[in-house]
Ligand binder design. Structure first.
Ligand code: SF4
Length: 272
Protein backbone atom coordinates (compact mmCIF):
# COMPACT_ATOMS: atom_id res chain seq x y z
CA UNK A 1 0.00 0.00 0.00
CA UNK A 2 1.54 3.36 -0.90
CA UNK A 3 1.36 6.56 1.10
CA UNK A 4 -1.42 8.11 -0.95
CA UNK A 5 -3.82 5.21 -0.42
CA UNK A 6 -2.75 4.44 3.16
CA UNK A 7 -5.46 3.80 5.71
CA UNK A 8 -5.09 5.18 9.22
CA UNK A 9 -3.33 2.35 11.01
CA UNK A 10 -0.26 1.91 13.16
CA UNK A 11 1.96 -1.07 13.93
CA UNK A 12 0.97 -2.45 17.32
CA UNK A 13 3.37 -4.51 19.40
CA UNK A 14 1.05 -5.22 22.30
CA UNK A 15 -2.10 -4.19 24.13
CA UNK A 16 -2.41 -5.07 27.78
CA UNK A 17 -3.78 -3.94 31.13
CA UNK A 18 -1.29 -3.37 33.92
CA UNK A 19 0.06 -0.87 36.41
CA UNK A 20 1.71 2.35 35.33
CA UNK A 21 5.28 1.97 36.47
CA UNK A 22 6.79 5.38 35.79
CA UNK A 23 6.28 9.06 36.31
CA UNK A 24 3.45 11.09 37.76
CA UNK A 25 0.81 8.35 37.54
CA UNK A 26 2.97 5.48 38.82
CA UNK A 27 0.82 2.92 40.57
CA UNK A 28 -2.35 3.72 38.63
CA UNK A 29 -4.17 0.89 36.92
CA UNK A 30 -3.96 1.63 33.23
CA UNK A 31 -4.29 -0.01 29.87
CA UNK A 32 -1.35 0.17 27.50
CA UNK A 33 -0.98 0.34 23.76
CA UNK A 34 2.61 -0.21 22.75
CA UNK A 35 3.27 0.90 19.19
CA UNK A 36 6.18 -0.36 17.15
CA UNK A 37 8.83 1.81 15.59
CA UNK A 38 11.48 4.02 17.14
CA UNK A 39 14.39 5.73 15.41
CA UNK A 40 16.11 6.54 18.69
CA UNK A 41 18.71 4.21 20.12
CA UNK A 42 18.92 4.75 23.87
CA UNK A 43 21.68 2.55 25.19
CA UNK A 44 19.56 1.48 28.16
CA UNK A 45 16.34 0.89 26.19
CA UNK A 46 14.31 -1.87 27.85
CA UNK A 47 12.12 -2.52 24.81
CA UNK A 48 14.51 -2.78 21.82
CA UNK A 49 12.07 -5.20 20.26
CA UNK A 50 9.85 -2.20 19.57
CA UNK A 51 12.37 -0.38 17.37
CA UNK A 52 11.43 -1.95 14.07
CA UNK A 53 8.30 -3.09 12.26
CA UNK A 54 9.07 -6.61 11.05
CA UNK A 55 6.58 -7.96 8.55
CA UNK A 56 6.40 -11.32 10.31
CA UNK A 57 5.60 -10.09 13.81
CA UNK A 58 2.11 -9.92 15.28
CA UNK A 59 0.35 -7.75 17.82
CA UNK A 60 -0.01 -9.40 21.22
CA UNK A 61 -3.36 -8.75 22.89
CA UNK A 62 -3.22 -9.96 26.49
CA UNK A 63 -6.84 -10.56 27.53
CA UNK A 64 -7.80 -12.24 30.83
CA UNK A 65 -9.28 -15.08 28.79
CA UNK A 66 -6.06 -15.68 26.87
CA UNK A 67 -3.49 -13.98 24.69
CA UNK A 68 -4.50 -13.28 21.13
CA UNK A 69 -2.21 -12.70 18.14
CA UNK A 70 -3.31 -10.37 15.38
CA UNK A 71 -1.95 -8.58 12.35
CA UNK A 72 0.54 -5.94 13.48
CA UNK A 73 -1.03 -3.06 11.57
CA UNK A 74 -4.23 -2.08 13.33
CA UNK A 75 -6.76 0.70 12.95
CA UNK A 76 -7.83 2.87 15.88
CA UNK A 77 -11.14 1.00 15.94
CA UNK A 78 -9.40 -2.37 16.20
CA UNK A 79 -7.19 -1.15 19.03
CA UNK A 80 -10.18 0.28 20.87
CA UNK A 81 -11.86 -3.13 20.65
CA UNK A 82 -8.70 -4.80 21.96
CA UNK A 83 -8.64 -2.42 24.91
CA UNK A 84 -12.13 -3.61 25.79
CA UNK A 85 -10.87 -7.21 25.66
CA UNK A 86 -7.82 -6.78 27.88
CA UNK A 87 -9.44 -4.85 30.70
CA UNK A 88 -10.62 -7.09 33.55
CA UNK A 89 -13.03 -4.48 34.95
CA UNK A 90 -14.13 -0.97 34.20
CA UNK A 91 -12.42 1.11 31.53
CA UNK A 92 -9.05 2.52 32.48
CA UNK A 93 -7.01 5.44 31.33
CA UNK A 94 -4.92 4.50 28.31
CA UNK A 95 -1.20 4.97 28.01
CA UNK A 96 0.17 5.08 24.48
CA UNK A 97 3.78 3.99 24.61
CA UNK A 98 6.38 2.46 22.39
CA UNK A 99 8.64 2.55 20.65
CA UNK A 100 8.05 6.18 19.86
CA UNK A 101 4.30 6.83 19.49
CA UNK A 102 4.92 10.20 17.82
CA UNK A 103 5.90 8.33 14.66
CA UNK A 104 2.18 7.75 14.09
CA UNK A 105 0.32 11.07 14.48
CA UNK A 106 -2.65 10.13 12.29
CA UNK A 107 -3.31 7.09 14.44
CA UNK A 108 -2.99 9.08 17.67
CA UNK A 109 -5.46 11.70 16.53
CA UNK A 110 -7.92 9.09 15.30
CA UNK A 111 -7.88 6.90 18.41
CA UNK A 112 -8.54 9.96 20.57
CA UNK A 113 -11.92 10.18 18.93
CA UNK A 114 -12.63 6.53 19.71
CA UNK A 115 -11.80 6.62 23.42
CA UNK A 116 -14.55 8.97 24.54
CA UNK A 117 -14.06 10.21 28.10
CA UNK A 118 -11.03 8.08 28.83
CA UNK A 119 -7.88 9.87 29.84
CA UNK A 120 -5.15 9.28 27.27
CA UNK A 121 -1.49 9.49 28.22
CA UNK A 122 1.50 9.84 25.92
CA UNK A 123 4.93 8.44 26.73
CA UNK A 124 7.48 10.00 24.41
CA UNK A 125 11.17 10.68 24.08
CA UNK A 126 10.35 14.22 23.01
CA UNK A 127 12.51 13.99 19.91
CA UNK A 128 9.71 14.99 17.51
CA UNK A 129 8.43 18.32 18.84
CA UNK A 130 6.59 19.46 15.72
CA UNK A 131 4.64 16.22 15.72
CA UNK A 132 4.01 16.66 19.43
CA UNK A 133 2.57 20.08 18.68
CA UNK A 134 0.12 18.45 16.27
CA UNK A 135 -1.15 15.80 18.65
CA UNK A 136 -0.70 17.19 22.16
CA UNK A 137 -4.33 18.25 22.58
CA UNK A 138 -5.34 14.62 22.13
CA UNK A 139 -3.66 13.77 25.43
CA UNK A 140 -4.58 14.55 29.03
CA UNK A 141 -1.07 13.72 30.24
CA UNK A 142 2.32 13.85 28.54
CA UNK A 143 5.41 12.16 29.92
CA UNK A 144 8.68 13.36 28.39
CA UNK A 145 11.96 11.48 28.67
CA UNK A 146 14.95 13.79 28.92
CA UNK A 147 18.02 11.99 27.64
CA UNK A 148 21.72 12.41 28.10
CA UNK A 149 23.58 12.77 24.78
CA UNK A 150 25.94 9.99 25.80
CA UNK A 151 22.99 7.64 26.26
CA UNK A 152 21.98 8.01 22.61
CA UNK A 153 23.48 6.21 19.66
CA UNK A 154 22.83 7.61 16.15
CA UNK A 155 19.17 7.33 15.12
CA UNK A 156 17.95 4.84 12.54
CA UNK A 157 14.87 6.03 10.66
CA UNK A 158 12.18 3.50 9.78
CA UNK A 159 12.18 2.20 6.23
CA UNK A 160 8.92 1.37 4.47
CA UNK A 161 6.85 0.12 2.82
CA UNK A 162 4.17 0.71 5.42
CA UNK A 163 0.94 -1.21 5.53
CA UNK A 164 -0.93 1.72 7.04
CA UNK A 165 -0.24 5.36 7.82
CA UNK A 166 3.21 6.61 6.88
CA UNK A 167 5.27 7.72 9.86
CA UNK A 168 5.76 11.39 10.64
CA UNK A 169 8.13 13.12 8.28
CA UNK A 170 9.90 14.77 11.17
CA UNK A 171 13.36 13.29 11.60
CA UNK A 172 14.80 12.25 14.93
CA UNK A 173 17.57 14.45 16.36
CA UNK A 174 20.98 13.34 15.12
CA UNK A 175 23.34 14.92 17.60
CA UNK A 176 23.41 16.61 20.98
CA UNK A 177 22.69 20.05 19.53
CA UNK A 178 19.60 18.83 17.69
CA UNK A 179 18.53 17.01 20.83
CA UNK A 180 18.85 20.19 22.86
CA UNK A 181 16.63 22.04 20.38
CA UNK A 182 14.04 19.24 20.41
CA UNK A 183 14.09 18.99 24.20
CA UNK A 184 13.52 22.70 24.67
CA UNK A 185 10.74 22.83 22.13
CA UNK A 186 9.03 19.80 23.69
CA UNK A 187 9.27 21.38 27.14
CA UNK A 188 7.67 24.56 25.78
CA UNK A 189 4.80 22.45 24.49
CA UNK A 190 3.95 20.99 27.92
CA UNK A 191 4.05 24.24 29.89
CA UNK A 192 0.82 24.62 31.85
CA UNK A 193 -0.28 21.06 31.07
CA UNK A 194 -0.57 17.84 33.00
CA UNK A 195 2.92 16.54 32.26
CA UNK A 196 6.09 15.21 33.78
CA UNK A 197 9.72 14.82 32.82
CA UNK A 198 11.67 11.63 33.43
CA UNK A 199 15.42 11.51 33.74
CA UNK A 200 16.87 8.03 33.50
CA UNK A 201 20.13 7.59 35.38
CA UNK A 202 22.22 4.61 34.33
CA UNK A 203 25.34 3.31 36.03
CA UNK A 204 28.55 5.22 35.38
CA UNK A 205 26.87 8.57 34.70
CA UNK A 206 28.08 11.62 36.56
CA UNK A 207 25.38 13.74 38.24
CA UNK A 208 26.85 16.88 36.67
CA UNK A 209 25.99 15.51 33.21
CA UNK A 210 22.30 15.96 34.00
CA UNK A 211 22.63 19.64 34.79
CA UNK A 212 21.79 20.91 31.26
CA UNK A 213 18.62 18.81 31.19
CA UNK A 214 17.51 20.03 34.60
CA UNK A 215 18.37 23.64 33.76
CA UNK A 216 16.17 23.43 30.67
CA UNK A 217 13.23 22.25 32.79
CA UNK A 218 13.85 24.99 35.35
CA UNK A 219 14.06 27.68 32.69
CA UNK A 220 11.27 26.57 30.37
CA UNK A 221 8.80 24.45 32.34
CA UNK A 222 9.54 24.95 36.06
CA UNK A 223 6.14 23.61 37.13
CA UNK A 224 6.67 20.26 35.45
CA UNK A 225 7.59 17.61 38.04
CA UNK A 226 10.80 15.71 37.45
CA UNK A 227 11.18 12.00 38.14
CA UNK A 228 14.69 10.67 38.55
CA UNK A 229 14.46 7.08 37.42
CA UNK A 230 17.30 4.66 38.13
CA UNK A 231 17.91 2.56 35.03
CA UNK A 232 16.73 -0.99 35.63
CA UNK A 233 19.63 -3.45 35.42
CA UNK A 234 18.32 -5.43 32.48
CA UNK A 235 19.93 -6.43 29.19
CA UNK A 236 23.42 -5.43 30.30
CA UNK A 237 22.48 -1.99 31.63
CA UNK A 238 24.25 -1.08 34.86
CA UNK A 239 22.24 0.30 37.75
CA UNK A 240 23.42 3.63 39.19
CA UNK A 241 24.65 4.07 42.72
CA UNK A 242 22.28 5.53 45.28
CA UNK A 243 24.69 8.42 45.76
CA UNK A 244 24.48 9.31 42.07
CA UNK A 245 20.68 9.19 42.03
CA UNK A 246 20.42 11.32 45.13
CA UNK A 247 22.86 13.87 43.77
CA UNK A 248 20.85 14.24 40.56
CA UNK A 249 17.76 14.83 42.69
CA UNK A 250 19.63 17.34 44.86
CA UNK A 251 20.67 19.25 41.75
CA UNK A 252 17.03 19.37 40.68
CA UNK A 253 16.04 20.66 44.12
CA UNK A 254 18.71 23.33 43.91
CA UNK A 255 16.89 24.54 40.80
CA UNK A 256 13.58 24.63 42.73
CA UNK A 257 12.13 21.77 40.75
CA UNK A 258 9.58 19.35 42.18
CA UNK A 259 11.57 16.13 42.07
CA UNK A 260 11.01 12.53 43.11
CA UNK A 261 13.22 9.47 42.82
CA UNK A 262 11.16 6.63 41.40
CA UNK A 263 12.34 3.21 40.19
CA UNK A 264 10.19 1.41 37.64
CA UNK A 265 7.28 0.32 39.82
CA UNK A 266 5.99 -2.37 37.47
CA UNK A 267 9.31 -4.23 37.70
CA UNK A 268 9.08 -4.31 41.47
CA UNK A 269 5.58 -5.78 41.23
CA UNK A 270 6.47 -8.58 38.85
CA UNK A 271 7.76 -11.94 40.03
CA UNK A 272 11.44 -12.42 39.05
S1 SF4 B 1 13.03 6.31 22.79
FE1 SF4 B 1 12.14 4.70 24.07
S2 SF4 B 1 11.79 2.95 22.69
FE2 SF4 B 1 13.17 4.37 21.65
S3 SF4 B 1 15.22 3.60 22.11
FE3 SF4 B 1 14.75 5.15 23.65
S4 SF4 B 1 13.84 4.04 25.38
FE4 SF4 B 1 13.81 2.66 23.59
Amino acid sequence: MNATSARVAAPVMEVFASVQGEGLYAGELQSFVRLRGCPMRCVWCDTPGSWTVPADRQARVAAPTGTGRHATWATPFQVTCWLGEVEPGESRSVSITGGEPLLWPEFLLAIRGMLGERRMHLETAGGHPETLARVRDAFQHISLDLKLPRDLEPPVELAGPFDGSAPTRERAPRDSEEWAVARRRSLELVVGRDACAKVVVAGGRQPAEFEPLLEDVARIAPDVPVFVQPASPVAGTLAPTLDAIVEVAERARDLDLAVRILPQVHRALCAP
